[in-house]
Design a protein around this ligand. Sequence first.
Ligand code: ZN
Length: 336
Amino acid sequence: MDGTKRIAYCNDIDGLFFALGYPHIPSEWRLFIDSSTQSLKGVLLHIGNEQPSVPIVYGTGLKEDFDTMKLILELVNYELHAWSICCGLKVVAILTGVKQGFSKHQCFMCNWEGRKRELHYTDHKWKSRVIYQIGVDSIDHLPLVPASKIILLPLHIELGLVKNFIRALPKDSDAFKSLKSIFPKLTAAKIDAGVFNGPQIRKLTENSAFSGMLTPVERRAWDATKKVIEDFLGNKRADNYQNVVSEMIAAYKEMKVNMSLKIHFLHNHLDYFPKNLGDFSDEHGERFHQDIATIEQRYKGKSSCNMLSEYCWSICRDTTQEQHKRRCLRSTFSNV
Ligand SMILES: [Zn+2]
């Protein structure tokens, strides 16, 4: 590709799976797109996390935009395989053609308006996006994939809930001030912004002293958040998950928690989340993220094809036909 843009991708998904030793059944896999300004990675994760993750595309020097996503999907022959896609909200917006940045209508399911706070936490009926029309309700492009293929990551929703809850706490409250001592290594900027990762959220939910410092209204919202994390976003959905989510929304309304797009999804599109949401847990995505980061360091500036091949080979290195598989795997990757 031009300049510093480089993409290595799998040109034969079925061949790659054959070399790895398991059948490729697209409905059993999800495409996880991990995009940042440094690199873009596409990896197939098994729904249910029983099989190892399989990277199929890796790009550097790419813009996080519509043209890049379109190209990536074409390279991996997405139309043929049509896997479910897991990604962050920025990539979701690109894939569904919604204008990026602080657009008026950020939701790919309806014409929800983030700025109309007076209508949040009400029964207002937002208009569903039945037809995607360029130039209407913040649509910039026709969607690259149907909305039904997009899976919002449970961990991302969790991070979003905790972020807005923390931001709604008064800065001079004992509970908020205690965050500094609970997370001594976190910067004040991150604490102020409510930016915590999964393990940090677990640490906070288990901290009874923090809960004890909350006012009754805050305590209600915090307890409801913990319940949603466990009973809706966790591995197993509780039978009464709708009540659990409703209680959190009511508690957030009372506490005047600012509604984000993620909270809007729980409020207005609860049916959209798949029943087996727990099977889409980010555990494997996170592990892939760490593993590939280690390999990336070693391959800095060198062939991305070999890097993907090595990662795939590491998946099956314990098998008996190592040399044969190494050759097979190399031939399934190409550069653009
Ligand atoms: Zn919506």
